[in-house]
Design a protein around this ligand. Structure first.
Ligand SMILES: [Zn+2]
Length: 131
């Protein structure tokens, strides 16, 4: 039987040094830059950079969609959230609860996690433009 891609998917364990750290408020010493721009938690950055090197060896240039799609501070997630969601009801759209209120996705906007709830706020996620 051949090995398929999803054989390599393993559950993400929260790095021990993130215990007690507020999402979006990582201290600078836990963050490392990744090659294409932006920062990630140091363990995720090491894994990303290794993947990036392996991809390069295969002739693939991985690029994050933007530096803001690597680690995101709480403030950055909040700004993005408020760009995409509003308190005034929008008919036929999806909603999120944030700070005890219902927020409505603006027309034509892509969904975004509420501030503090994104893997980007832990420095563990990166969105790749050319996956
Ligand atoms: Zn993402």
């Amino acid at each position: 039987m051949s090995k398929v891609a999803w054989d390599y998917i393993v559950p993400v364990k929260l790095p021990a040094d993130l215990k007690g750290i507020e999402p979006g408020k990582l201290p600078a010493h836990l963050l490392r830059p990744i090659e294409a721009g932006g920062k990630m938690h140091w363990l995720a950055a090491a894994a990303y950079n290794a993947m990036d090197e392996a991809a390069k060896a295969d002739g693939i240039e991985l690029k994050p969609t933007s530096a803001g799609d690597t680690y995101r501070s709480y403030e950055s997630q909040l700004a993005g959230f408020k760009q995409r969601y509003q308190l005034e009801p929008v008919v036929g759209t999806s909603t999120k609860t944030f700070e005890g209120k219902t927020w409505y996705l603006k027309k034509g906007m892509a969904m975004l996690a509420t501030p503090g709830k994104s893997q980007h706020n832990l420095g563990l996620a990166v969105d790749i433009a050319n996956a």
